[in-house]
Design a protein around this ligand. Sequence first.
Ligand code: MV4
Length: 518
Amino acid sequence: MIRKVLIANRGEIALRIVRACQELGVRSVAVYSDADAQAPHVREADEAVHIGPAPASESYLRGDHLIAVAKQVGADAIHPGYGFLSEREWFARAVRDAGLIWIGPPAEAIAAMGSKTAARTLAISAGTPVVPGTTTPLRDAGEAAATAAQFGYPVLLKAAAGGGGKGMRVVREAGEIASALASAQREAKNAFGDDAVYVEKYIEGPRHVEIQVLADAHGNCIALGERECSIQRRHQKMVEEAPSVAVSPELRKRMGDAAVAAAKAAGYVNAGTCEFLLDKNGDFYFLEMNTRIQVEHPVTELVMGIDLVQWQLRIASGERLPVLESPQPKGWAIECRITSEDPANGFLPSTGRIAHLHLPSGPGVRWDGGIEVGSVVGLSYDPMLAKLIVFAPTREAAIARMERALKELVIDGVETSREFHLRVMADADYRAGRVDIQWLESRLPTLLAQQAPAETRAAAAIAAALLADRERGGRRVAATPEGTASVASTSTSPAGTTGRAGGSSTWAQLARLESLRS
Ligand code: MV4
């Protein structure tokens, strides 16, 4: 068994890995940049090592240095989390060559899935359905026009080295293909240093549904159901759920078998995810495989009753999977990614110091976070502060639970996505499960134009009244659910000023505003 793990990451996922280590009796070593000296993952780990200045290129991305640190502290394994070095083939190889255990898939599997065309070839060989298209890069505009005509417009030009939608162009008619190819190649060259672009049939309005797989080092691989990840903006997921309203047990079995076949063809070991598009006819197509633990892994953990991060460590230690049959999901889980972005301002990243934090709790609520009061949110890293995850017997109950938990949550000091998530939860399409990968962006104007919830209007009114009160020296402010507020000269209790519509956090905010005054 692994005895000591160096965690080559930060924030909520580093803390998540520390927790898995603690529960398995494995020692954990955090690393931190100048910006993270006071971070929760550093305090909670058994040991911590400073690795450099704030920019990731000088700290969390210095693979050779991280391996040297692991050796120095006597770690026998490295967990990369997600992002940073997690899907760098050379790093997985360097860790192994240094005599350390890599808590992730073999470098060869990362490489095989790193190229989209190579991944498509692998999936085809495994019998996993892929989107109709080519598996070799286009040589020129003539070949692009010929293949597009063969598959029929619209088509999608994609960068072979691609990811995150870079180097992608939808082409709706023959007249546009030459210029689309040129710009896709230019963008691919800039982003990946590789201008290889290939063609796929463009699938209109699909869902993004992904299958979690877990493979041990003894040739066993199981599917752990799907996650519905359609609710995204600019390729950043905002809400994920498990299961998906669009997946029946029969479809789950077929998608699971397809994912397992692709994973086996790649020689996959450890936790991984096969991404699929699921179209309106219920047909699914393999897109790519994510060769890491993903941000949204908790929704699978909750409906499957399994700890994926613990299993990553167990598999890396050589343990066998305990069951070889794919389990069915039980209940419903939803995750909201709480980011320090301001939806009202084009999702502009917001910076500051966390001045106040009240975490939701109670039945079925999980908080995977990496911040606390005093944490400084800057621009060096991803704006995701935490994930709020709920679990309930049904989807309806899970939505109600998420609404309740989002209302309990208070984060002061930076703008966050909290209220935006409340609007998504309240949306009729969302509640009916009528979503696809375009839904969030097409719904943005409606979601953003909505009047703020009564709670927020009340809090805003309180703030305005308090400011006015400053000049006058009054003592107490009262708010109504309608969002009006007034200053009372004497009062000791807020009773009767708001009902349920106001919500408890209105009072939390009032209390803070009051304390600011004194
Ligand atoms: C597609 C597609 C439609 N048809 N391929 C976007 C990033 C990359 N992972 C694959 N992507 C897509 N490939 C075909 N043939 C639509 C997308 C896509 C998308 C996929 C998953 C989640 C969000 C998305 C947002 C826009 C486009």
